[in-house]
Write a new protein. Structure first.
Length: 410
């Protein structure tokens, strides 16, 4: 166990999620007769859940500041329907529609951020009102009809990376190139992290630790490249998955490496102390809600692209899936805890569970019961870990900042 902690850190919640995810994949692979880990199913798993995972990326920031957003499903559906109608009626190009959707999502987020940050209405009430407002507006503008979206939207929601180059690689070359970039980037990050740890804390260098981690990274990425890149002709890693990966990287850096990210955790962990230290709480709350609006808009347009049309029933209960992913990923209801990587892992656990139960022919009624039990068990384990004294995300962040300052020359 000590070797595992030295290799992969002391975050037991993420370790359990990884083990649970791998275990679910193995169980469903055996139970379905090998249908779980096929190229087509893996691609469907990504395209069918990318919109929920994108919502989870934004939702984790909302929950970290101690709020909750119940409107994301309605906002996503309203934006996608509005964009589809505008492009259809005015003949606008797809990229104008995409920009319009992003701007509209930001304006909706600003509207809800105003009521939260300036008026002081809790996010639960603000977004509950938003859920009703934008769901009603969606039904009103759509007149209960679906509206098709252009081919470029369909490529964004359901397309795959193109094929090019030599055939001797035996895999889709775009997927192979993506895998090489991801593996090299993660290996570089791991090497820098090891050097920084040695420089800050001293001690005996242990180069086998980053070497072992890099080997694990290469093996995992290589397996995924083979899984996604060897499907039927014309298929490969989904475009929506590339968008999701870019967002995860961007928001992981934003939350862990920037002043804004530290302010987000400070506001959720202890708003009084954050205010006394100079953090503008209202500005952070407003920015987080604007960000949630933008990501909800993007998720809605990606879903419309996968469905080939924006529909009046889109977005139903999406907020519950996103919230469940964040809490399974280790976020705290009271705020101050939660990570982007944890939310993605939590969302993947739910996605694999959904997919595996569907392949087994389990009805939606029993599937809902199983998903609810998984949510309760995951959150219960998280609470148990905290009661044993595991440090919070806020504590780890500010402890790291303190160590950097203490080690700097006077």
């Amino acid at each position: 166990m000590g070797i595992v902690r030295r290799l992969f850190g002391d975050n037991s919640q993420l370790h359990v999620l990884v083990v649970l995810l791998v275990g679910l994949l193995a169980v469903f692979q055996v139970a379905t007769g090998g249908r779980m880990l096929t190229s087509s199913n893996a691609q469907n798993l990504v395209t069918g859940n990318a919109y929920v995972l994108i919502l989870a990326v934004g939702m984790v920031l909302v929950i970290v500041i101690g709020q909750i957003d119940l409107s994301v499903g309605s906002v996503a559906a309203f934006v996608s329907m509005t964009v589809a109608l505008v492009m259809h009626n005015l003949g606008l190009p797809w990229w104008v529609g995409l920009l319009l959707g992003i701007v509209l999502g930001a304006l909706i987020g600003a509207w809800q951020g105003f009521w939260l940050a300036e008026v002081g209405i809790p996010g639960f009430i603000t977004t509950l009102a938003g859920m009703m407002i934008f769901r009603g507006a969606l039904l009103w503008e759509s007149r209960a009809l679906s509206v098709s979206v252009p081919e470029e939207f369909r490529f964004m929601g359901a397309g795959h990376l193109p094929e090019w180059g030599p055939a001797w690689t035996q895999v889709n070359n775009s997927t192979l190139l993506l895998g090489l970039v991801v593996a090299a980037s993660l290996a570089m990050v791991e090497t820098r992290r090891y050097r920084r740890r040695v420089n800050l804390h001293g001690g005996e260098p242990e180069p086998w630790i980053p070497a072992a981690r890099i080997v694990v990274i290469v093996v995992v990425v290589g397996a995924l490249v083979w899984l996604f890149g060897t499907g039927n002709p014309g298929t490969s890693f989904p475009v929506s998955g590339v968008i999701l990966m870019a967002l995860v990287f961007l928001y992981d850096v934003l939350t862990r490496r920037t002043a804004f990210g530290r302010h987000v955790y400070a506001v959720g962990g202890n708003p009084v102390a954050a205010a006394l230290s100079g953090v503008d709480i209202r500005r952070v709350q407003f920015a987080v809600m604007v960000n949630m609006g933008v990501l909800a808009a993007l998720a809605g347009m990606i879903f419309a692209g996968r469905s080939t049309a924006a529909g009046p029933q889109d977005g139903t209960l999406w907020e519950l899936d996103a919230i469940a992913a964040v809490f399974i990923g280790g976020a705290a209801v009271s705020g101050g805890m939660g990570t982007v990587n944890g939310a993605i892992l939590g969302g993947l656990v739910m996605a694999v569970l959904n997919n595996g139960l569907m392949l087994l022919g389990v009805g939606s009624d029993r599937a809902q019961v199983i998903k609810g039990l998984v949510l309760l068990i995951a959150v219960s384990f998280d609470l148990y870990s905290r009661r044993r004294g595991r440090p919070s995300m806020t504590a780890r962040l500010f402890a790291g900042i303190g160590r950097v300052r203490d080690s700097s020359p006077a």
